[in-house]
Design a protein around this ligand. Structure first.
Ligand code: GSH
Length: 341
């Protein structure tokens, strides 16, 4: 029996939910360690960077190797486990999967963090949830104290994702536009890249498990105006029973037609942000200021997202000639030309 993969995470972590749904779909045996304080249990190795989820890979000598960052972990699992792949084989579709997964992980997480901590009713909801996700048996007094502390800390960290009075409208408008685009896209074949789920679907699902379920303000918008998307979140929770036989990906031609609106949305908000972030890092500026969606966007420079831009550019550059030309045309049309050097 293959040893079960062990994953440490919390229900309130969009990336934890992304990974759990992917493991279920791919029939990869796993155990989840609910660890609120991101501290591995006794006897487990600590990852270099404390991030949730942390996946513990079993080594042949019985030891465990901790890994963080869902994107490279998913690509390792594609190699380690056969069948029910979550990455398309076609190089052009694989690029769209890389781009949309990154947009969900790095931009959609801005509305997720914003809607959790910006508005008072959402803050009042999130604090206690995090307290009881961490220690569900916690005496009420302790939970309230932890809730107050984490609420204060996270509220004061809103600027890290760029959430402030000026950008609040930019963030909230981008969330609603995304839901409208996803609602239309899902009608075509049920998932973002065809009739079977991809890493991009699980990344989107991860953020929507919070935006559409936990945060009252964003969840109310999704339930009222986009019930299809709200229902989709529950379906993707567990796709272990989904029969993948014959369920096909879009052809490159179908993908170009279907993904236009989503790629334009990525070109409208995420790519301008990525380029401004990389330029600020290049200048060793501690913060970036850019125009996004007609409003000023200011936030601290984010080194990890400089790597995201590099990875996306490498993903374009490593495409075979003919898909590369097709992708370059699609990116230019969508305002994402900054990805193809
Ligand atoms: N790129 C990482 C992001 C993981 C991440 O940021 N996780 C959050 C919880 S959702 C975390 O651990 N944040 C650490 C912190 O808030 O300091 C992934 O895809 O796994």
């Amino acid at each position: 029996m293959p040893q079960r993969l062990e994953l440490m995470g919390v229900p309130g972590s969009p990336y934890t939910r992304k990974m759990l749904a992917l493991l279920r779909y791919r029939h990869i045996p796993y155990s989840v360690i609910w660890a609120g304080y991101r501290v591995p249990p006794e006897g487990y190795p600590r990852p270099k960077v404390k991030l949730l989820p942390t996946v513990f890979f079993p080594e042949t000598d019985g030891s465990l190797t901790p890994a963080v960052d869902s994107t490279p972990i998913i690509r390792r699992l594609e190699k380690d486990y056969a069948g029910r792949a979550a990455l398309p084989v076609d190089p052009e579709l694989q690029f769209y999967c890389d781009l949309i997964e990154d947009y969900a992980d790095e931009w959609l997480t801005k509305p997720m963090f914003h809607y959790r901590w910006y508005h008072a009713p959402d803050r009042a909801n999130a604090g206690p949830m995090i307290a009881y996700w961490s220690v569900n048996t916690s005496p009420r007094q302790d939970a309230e104290a932890f809730s107050d502390q984490i609420t204060k800390t996270q509220f004061e960290r809103l600027y890290v994702v760029g959430s402030n009075e000026v950008t609040a409208r930019t963030i909230e408008d981008s969330y609603i536009r995304f839901l409208r685009i996803l609602d239309v896209l899902l009608q075509i074949r049920g998932y973002v890249l065809g009739a079977r789920p991809s890493a991009a679907d699980f990344a989107i699902y991860g953020q929507l498990t919070q935006l559409g379920v936990i945060e009252p303000t964003s969840a109310a918008i999704m339930a009222r105006d986009f019930p299809r998307v709200r229902a989709w979140v529950d379906l993707v929770e567990d796709l272990s029973g989904l029969k993948s036989n014959g369920a096909e990906w879009f052809s490159p031609e179908e993908a170009r037609a279907a993904l236009g609106p989503l790629l334009s949305e990525i070109g409208r908000v995420y790519i301008p942000f990525l380029l401004a972030n990389a330029a600020a890092a290049e200048r060793s500026d501690g913060s970036l200021s850019a125009e996004i969606d007609g409003r000023t966007w200011t936030q601290p420079t984010f080194p990890y997202q400089v790597k995201c831009l590099e990875a996306l550019r490498n993903s374009v550059a490593s495409l075979p000639e003919s898909p590369k030309q097709a992708v370059a045309a699609v990116l230019a049309l969508a305002g994402c030309a900054g990805l193809s050097l």
